[in-house]
Design a protein around this ligand. Structure first.
Ligand SMILES: Nc1ncnc2c1ncn2[C@@H]1O[C@H](COP(=O)(O)OP(=O)(O)OP(=O)(O)O)[C@@H](O)[C@H]1O
Ligand SMILES: [Mg+2]
Length: 268
């Protein structure tokens, strides 16, 4: 994107470094994200029934889910992603079918039968079936969770036919904990918190590194101020850095210092 108000030219950047999109190409490695990825990959590859990824708002859960999906070969995995599960229990089941590319049918028994047939066929072909539900804290009723739990009843003698990955904000953990029959089925749990101060520094360096070789745009004090204002939350870091780069270009600054960060932060 290049417009008159675009700051990339001003700072000599090849692209916008802090675009707030969960694009796996811009993933910045960090220990807790890598660990969560490894746990979830393990759960999927060993065909566990149910996995849970929770994390603070804006800390990278959706990005992690996209990395997971990108890392699973379509020849070996049949993946359905439900991105908006704020639905009634029956609509949720419909959405699961639709995301597996199955036609909608009226009766619930027929829907379950259709899904079972698909999972069985996948298993016969050596393909694992995975259902990822993002924003699962938005599932309206306990009954919605119950529908998802019942899907893990599709099993052969020795393995689950479907791995369900629930992803959501911290309250998801509490909702799941209040449904013991669901909670007990969670085979793998992972959690993403905010970046530490050190991780924030590495994160900003890496994101800037995508766009430029310059390492002197944000002063050390500015990076510290950004951590203080955002508490290490990825989405907030992106937004504040983006605003600082824009404000700095408007004010003809040669670098972004902590005073600019404070000023921009106060206007937000
Ligand atoms: N390790 C990382 N590498 C690169 N970008 C990251 C990383 N972690 C977080 N981000 C950035 O943070 C932003 C928010 O991430 P994401 O949308 O995945 O958060 P979320 O946990 O799903 O939030 P919500 O709770 O609102 O659904 C993304 O746009 C992404 O740019
Ligand atoms: Mg998300």
């Amino acid at each position: 994107m290049t417009t008159d108000v675009d700051y990339t030219k001003y700072w000599g950047l090849q692209t916008l470094p802090f675009d707030n999109v969960p694009d796996p190409r811009f993933y910045v490695p960090c220990t807790q994200h890598d660990t969560a990825y490894q746990w979830l990959s393990y759960g999927i590859q060993t065909r566990k029934g149910m996995l849970l990824l929770t994390g603070d708002i804006g800390c990278g859960k959706t990005l992690l889910s996209r990395r997971l999906i990108g890392g699973l070969s379509p020849a070996q995995y049949d993946i359905a992603l439900v991105a908006n599960p704020a639905l009634s229990p029956s609509e949720l089941l419909d959405e699961v079918l639709s995301q597996f590319g199955l036609d909608p049918v009226r009766s619930k028994a027929r829907r379950l039968q259709q899904l079972n047939e698909r999972l069985q066929l996948n298993a016969q072909r050596g393909i694992s079936s995975v259902l990822i539900v993002d924003e699962a804290q938005a599932i309206e009723r306990v009954k919605g969770f119950e529908e998802l739990r019942l899907l893990t009843n599709f099993q052969l003698n020795d393995r689950y036919l479907l791995t369900v990955v629930l992803i959501g904000q911290p309250e998801l953990r509490h909702r799941v904990a209040n449904i013991p029959q669901l909670n007990q089925r969670i085979a793998v749990r992972a959690h993403l918190g905010p970046f530490t101060a050190e991780e924030t520094t590495s994160y900003m360096k890496a994101r800037m590194g995508i766009a430029t070789h310059r390492t002197d745009v944000f002063t050390k004090e500015a990076v510290a101020a950004i951590y203080e204002q955002t508490q290490g939350i990825g989405r907030l870091i992106n937004a504040l850095c983006d605003q600082c780069l824009f404000a700095g270009s408007l004010e003809n600054m040669v670098e972004i210092d902590d005073r600019l960060v404070q000023r921009v932060g106060q206007c937000r």
